[in-house]
Design a binder for this molecule. Structure first.
Ligand code: ASP
Length: 318
């Protein structure tokens, strides 16, 4: 039997219907034993992410009420006890006393709800993820994970946060649940790290800018790091290091689970293709190739970003 660690992003936890899709994905392969979850994300383009609402809650009671209502509705729709929404109501003052603690409660409540929905163990990342003052993973994390996790059990684990040097809850940077997934994959010596979102893999361009961009079948870890550092939004840059060269990553789509997705593999097992992708970061458009930047263009104030990206995408991808 193999061990697969799955991380599900915010859109996969956004509603009871999405949570049911995750349950079907887990039922489909019993090697999937560890699930790392993000906070519920947007249900539609004009919806709000729970994490954004939690940051806003520090100053805005209306945002806080939306958070409580979202968790209350999720629990109601899944016929669960109101454990997460009650927790928020009872602990409001403490939760809103610190920015990181407030932001982390999205993942904490998401894992509470989802673990009770599927009947797996809940383990709090605070009990094993150690985050340095510079926001990086402390090595102690990997000895602690084996103390809190038993190999013959199945777990739901909140992403995005851990314990800082001052013993308070500390978050990674935004999108940091990918890092928690990579930590768990390394800690339990997984055979595969599946990273589930709402796209069928790493795309050769942002689908909000280019219509139907190509999906990249396979990348090396270095290529993924290059893409992540040049603005490709699909995977957190700091999530590569814990699994690099050891654990294959498969980036998959919760809404279309039979799509193969993108595999991230060892460079020596991988045939590189050129060009790889067009991305945008800090007002610069990059055309990325096999471990290199093939072309870069600094956007001027009168440039239309969408036009420039589409022009370069067409030039390189036909
Ligand atoms: N919920 C956090 C964010 O929106 C972390 C994550 O989803 O990975 O950044």
């Amino acid at each position: 039997m193999k061990t697969i660690v799955c991380k599900f992003g915010g859109t996969s936890l956004a509603s009871s219907g999405q949570m049911k899709k995750i349950r079907a994905i887990l039922d489909d392969n019993t090697d999937r034993k560890f699930v790392v979850v993000s906070a519920p994300g947007k249900r539609s383009a004009d919806d709000e992410k729970i994490t954004d609402l939690l940051y806003a809650s520090l100053k805005d009671d209306n945002a806080w009420n939306k958070v409580v209502t979202r968790f209350f509705s999720l629990e109601r729709d899944l016929n669960l006890n109101h454990t997460a929404s009650d927790y928020l109501i009872v602990n409001k003052k403490e939760i809103l006393s610190s920015k990181d603690f407030a932001a982390s409660r999205g993942e904490y409540c998401s894992a509470l709800v989802f673990s009770s929905f599927i009947g797996w163990n809940f383990v709090d990342s605070y009990d094993f993820v150690r985050i340095n003052d510079n926001g990086m993973i402390d090595d102690e994390t990997y000895s602690l994970i084996n103390e809190v996790i038993k190999n013959d059990q199945r777990y739901v684990i909140p992403g995005f946060y851990g314990k800082g040097n001052d013993n308070k809850v500390k978050t990674f940077s935004r999108g940091g649940s990918d890092i928690t997934g990579a930590i768990v994959a390394k800690g339990v010596n997984a055979d595969l790290y599946e990273n589930w979102s709402d796209v069928s893999g790493v795309m050769a361009a942002n689908p909000r800018i280019v219509d139907n961009p190509k999906i990249i079948d396979e990348l090396s870890y270095d290529e993924l790091e290059l893409l992540a550092s040049c603005g490709a939004e699909v995977f957190h840059h700091d999530a590569v290091a814990p699994v690099k060269d050891k654990i294959v990553i498969n980036i998959k789509n919760t809404n279309s689970p039979s799509d193969k997705g993108t595999f991230i593999v060892n460079a020596n097992k991988h045939k590189s293709v050129n060009p790889l992708a067009v991305s945008v970061k800090d007002k610069t458009v990059y055309v990325l190739g096999n471990n290199t930047v093939l072309e870069q263009y600094a956007l001027k104030s009168d440039d239309n970003e969408k036009e420039v990206v589409n022009r370069l995408y067409k030039k390189y991808f036909g």
